[in-house]
Design a protein around this ligand. Sequence first.
Ligand SMILES: Nc1ncnc2c1ncn2[C@@H]1O[C@H](COP(=O)(O)OP(=O)(O)OP(=O)(O)O)[C@@H](O)[C@H]1O
Ligand SMILES: [Mg+2]
Length: 248
Amino acid sequence: MSLLHLRGVSREVVLPDGNLLHILTGVDLDVDAGEHVSIVGRSGSGKSTLLNLLGLLDSPTGGEYLLDGEPTDRLRARRRSRLRGEAFGFVFQQFNLLPRRSAVENVAAPLLYARGKAYYQRRRSALEMLDRVGLSARAESTPEKLSGGEQQRVAIARALVRRPQVVLADEPTGALDVETGAAVMALLEQVTTETGAALVTITHDLNVAALAGRRHRLDSGRLSPLDGAGGNAELSALTASRPAGGIS
Ligand SMILES: Nc1ncnc2c1ncn2[C@@H]1O[C@H](COP(=O)(O)OP(=O)(O)OP(=O)(O)O)[C@@H](O)[C@H]1O
Ligand SMILES: [Mg+2]
């Protein structure tokens, strides 16, 4: 059984006019421990909705989602929020760092909720993670003093500080220039490989998607694999036809 296992997952919302909006339909997805998977899709195709479901920030309205073999629809609220904090690390397009707090404080923030960790241990873990992303020299700098790429590296350190089983990245390069984005993705791939975390990257950038071991495409809420000969050809055709690499 995979670490993340989705079968026939759907997410529907009732719109104010009473109509039903099908955001995700019949999504099947398996992610093994340590595996790197990317999901590419246009704006509005349901990428963030899917990532939020994976990270237990939202729940499916249909189908099943098993986390490490455990049906997530049966989780009680407390265990659900504990799992969310312990099993998952999140990286967002807009970094979402705490303003006016130093890089090391930002990285240590998720550890506030860990039990039994003394202040110096938390700080040491945070510094170790900052070192892994090559930012130990900027540990005392606030986000305001850091470049976009540096801020995203802090966010990556923060996502990994609790040693999650899965890192979920929603458009991690979306706010960065092409070169910085490529460097940040390479780092994200490297540190998740080192820590053994699975990595699910959501992107509209086909070049970013191409880095993952396994690729999927989300189209109007339907997920399909982009692998095998046909998928690879499709991916390179799409990449070649769009020099900027985007499909939105
Ligand atoms: N709670 C909600 N209520 C109504 N509509 C929603 C809700 N959440 C998402 N949607 C709609 O579902 C669709 C998918 O949204 P989602 O944010 O998952 O897209 P996305 O692929 O992440 O897009 P982007 O690339 O622009 O971030 C959009 O049309 C959005 O407006
Ligand atoms: Mg989105």
